[in-house]
Design a protein around this ligand. Structure first.
Ligand code: AMP
Ligand code: MN
Length: 272
């Protein structure tokens, strides 16, 4: 789940309240490249009687593909992790300026300042989602999801290719901080050949990755089956996530996620 400490619309404590309302018992806040919401989320989750797991979703560039690696149950004070994420945040700020410049060239002016308002003034967490919300507000698109068909993606205005950290860095920072690295929504990252996906999975496991997200709003039923088989073939623990950003932008509600398919072992079983 995401909070306003990255590109979610709600404060960390409000996200936890929604998850508790929907009956969640074990939860993680997984803001993009940010740890700032964890203390507030942990306090709220525990007050609501839920088990809270530290989380983060790290953006990775692998062979020109962007993918997301979730870290769970790590030490939030780990210097390598904290410093690595700080560099990522600087990259976000620079990318946002380039996105705004591109949009201005396409005739959509003043987007840096406008997106920044959606990000609560925090230049270091500026996401495409903040640009998307402003494009919806300006009636350039009817929904955040439809923005990603006409803007901010390859070949469309506002697209900037960006170098995030490497897979080895993301997995290394997480495992070095005592956490578990999870390959997030794999079905959304790979548009290339199946062979690439298998190589990526082998590389992830060789680097110390231990889990894969099987159930998520961005997977189809067929993908549930596919990644169940992959989890079993690669000996990976399984996770399920709503990828909640806000109630009108996300396919799943916070804390309201289907059960894992039979035959999988939930990643939370690693946390004692
Ligand atoms: P960023 O990390 O700034 O590039 O933004 C990535 C975020 O944009 C994702 O986590 C999603 O929340 C959102 N996003 C990307 N693609 C889509 C899409 N096709 N539909 C809706 N949201 C998207
Ligand atoms: Mn993601």
């Amino acid at each position: 789940m995401h909070s306003s400490c990255s590109d979610g619309a709600l404060a960390p404590s409000d996200v936890m309240a929604r998850a508790a309302y929907h009956g969640a018992t074990v939860v993680a806040l997984t803001d993009h490249d940010q740890l700032a919401g964890l203390d507030e989320a942990r306090a709220a989750a525990q007050a609501l009687g839920m088990r809270f797991v530290n989380g983060v979703e790290i953006s990775v560039t692998w062979r020109a593909i962007t993918l997301h690696i979730v870290g769970l149950n790590f030490d939030t004070q780990s210097p390598e992790l904290v410093n690595g994420l700080q560099v990522m945040a600087q990259g976000r700020a620079q990318r946002a300026q380039k996105i705004a410049d591109q949009l201005a060239q396409a005739g959509v002016e003043g987007m840096f300042e406008a997106a920044l308002v959606h990000a609560g003034g925090r230049v270091d967490l500026l996401s495409r989602t903040h640009f998307a919300r402003e494009l919806v507000a300006r009636k350039k698109a009817t929904s955040v999801r439809s923005v990603f068909q006409d803007y901010l993606v390859a070949g469309k205005p506002g697209y900037v290719s960006h170098e995030w950290c490497s897979l080895a860095q993301a997995v290394g920072w997480i495992t070095g901080a005592g956490g578990v690295a999870v390959f997030a929504h794999p079905g959304r990252c790979i548009h290339a050949h199946e062979g690439d996906e298998l190589e990526l999975l082998h590389e992830f496991v060789a680097l110390g990755g231990r889990a894969i997200e099987v159930v998520t709003g961005s997977h189809s039923k067929n993908q549930y089956k596919k990644y169940t088989q992959i989890a079993q073939d690669f000996g990976l623990f399984a996770s399920r996530g709503s990828d909640f950003h806000s109630s009108n932008e996300s396919k799943m509600e916070a804390g309201k996620v289907p059960e894992l398919p039979h035959g999988l072992i939930g990643v939370e079983s690693l946390f004692g």
